[in-house]
Structure formats: C-alpha cells, structure tokens
Ligand binder design. Structure first.
Ligand code: ATP
Ligand code: MG
Length: 218
C-alpha cells in the first residue's frame, strides 16, 4: 500500500493517453478535473509511440512529444509523464499498456482511462475493447452542452459493458492541430500550453517554428 493511503482503499490511477503533438492546456485541465472529480491519486500522461510504418513526418518524434509532456506536467505533484509507449517500437495496444501498469502498481488499483468524449465512440470499437473494459473505467471529457448520444449509441452497439463517467471541460475546444496551425502562422501559444512547452517548440523548431520565438514568421 502507498504511504498515507487509507487501508483498503484502492489506488485510483488516471491514465491520459494521446499523441500530445503538442500537449496543451485542454489535456491538462481535463486531467486536473478528472483528478478532482473522481478523487484520483495520480494521473499518468502517456504519449503514444510512433508506428514504424507511419514515418511520413506527420507526427513529431516520440522523444519530443515525451519531453513536452514532461515539461507540461513537471510542476504538478500528482501528474506523471510516462515514456512507456514511446520506448516501444510499433503499435501499442492500450489494453497491453494498462496491463503493464497494473503489474507496476499495487494489487489494489483502479484505472481511469481519460479521453475526449468523441474518442469514446472509436475506443469501444477497438480490437482490444473487451479487454479494456475489464481493465479500466472510462472518463469522457465533454464540452458543456455536448450531445452524448453518439458515444452512448456506440457503447450500446459494442455489446460491451463499459463503465463511463462524463466530465464537462470548458477548455475542450483547444486542440493540438489548432496549436500547430498557430505556430505555422507565427502566432503566440500563450495561455494555450505552458510556456516551457512553447520554449521547447521554438528551441527545436517544431511545426515550422522560428528559433527566435513568438511573433517571428518562420
Ligand atoms: P489533434 O488536434 O492533433 O487531434 P488533440 O488535441 O485531439 O490533437 P490528442 O493527443 O489527439 O490531442 O488527444 C489526447 C486525448 O485528449 C484524446 O483522448 C482527446 O480526445 C483528448 N483531448 C484532446 N483535446 C482535448 C481538450 N481540449 N480537452 C480535453 N480532452 C482533450
Ligand atoms: Mg484528436
């Protein structure tokens, strides 16, 4: 058992998976809200590996995506960045990753897999969906007023019993694609992602960023 943990209480581990190209405040706020609302003990951010067949430069190097994830989560005592998937070659199935986490954490652990609500419809159709439903609860981040019927229908059609909790996250409109587009246009990322991430993007000239920083055209 973990220090300071009530005896008998399961360790509640949040897992936030994604490409994180780059990580942004939407991801961070959603994870923090899940941490509070579901009384999690830790949230692990897990940037996905880059499949060997997808070397078309559409996705940044795992090392860069991991570094930005680490920088973004470093000042939060209950966030962790994991390089588990980035270090593995080829595709990693989420269920495999969650099984590995179960092996690392104490016996008595509950996993909460945090995702955008629109991603839920895809997840329930994954080939490891059944296994996933037995390994983790799902947490779907939704925009206030978002229509959940699509996600709900996909779950019903899967015939798998998923445990899903929906969370309303006002910052849901922020996306990595939007940040990449802003960088390409020489626009600031201030208040959209932590400054350390912006610094890293410019230092490594990701997404066509200038090394000079904000406001300089590539
Ligand atoms: P892209 O624009 O390239 O699709 P993204 O912003 O969706 O990137 P991902 O790394 O694909 O980022 O997302 C990782 C996880 O975070 C996914 O489950 C996604 O649904 C969720 N997510 C993405 N943006 C937000 C947001 N603004 N608020 C909460 N969750 C988000
Ligand atoms: Mg996305």
């Amino acid at each position: 058992p973990m220090l300071g943990q009530e005896p008998g209480r399961a360790y509640r581990l949040g897992v936030m998976g994604g490409t994180f190209d780059p990580i942004h405040n939407g991801h961070l706020v959603a994870a923090e809200q899940a941490f509070d609302d579901l009384e999690l003990d830790t949230v692990v951010f897990m940037p996905a590996g880059r499949p060997a067949f997808k070397q078309d430069k559409q996705v940044s190097e795992g090392e860069d995506r991991y570094a930005m994830t680490l920088l973004a989560t470093a000042d939060n005592p209950h966030f962790l960045a994991s390089r588990f998937e980035v270090d593995r070659a080829g595709i990693t199935y989420t269920a495999d990753t969650l099984e590995r986490l179960r092996a690392i954490y104490p016996e008595n652990v509950e996993i909460y897999f945090i995702t955008g609500a629109d991603a839920i419809a895809d997840i329930v159709r994954w080939r490891d969906a059944e296994r996933l439903s037995r390994l983790a609860h799902l947490v779907g981040a939704t925009r206030p007023g978002y229509d959940l019927s699509h996600a709900q229908r996909a779950i019903e059609e899967s015939g798998i019993r998923f445990d899903v909790t929906y969370l309303e996250v006002p910052a849901l409109a922020i996306s990595s694609s939007y940040l990449r587009e802003r960088v390409r246009h020489g626009q600031s990322l201030r208040y959209l992602t932590p400054d350390a991430v912006t610094g890293y993007i410019h230092k490594h000239q990701l997404y066509g960023a200038s090394q000079l920083g904000y406001g300089s055209k590539p």
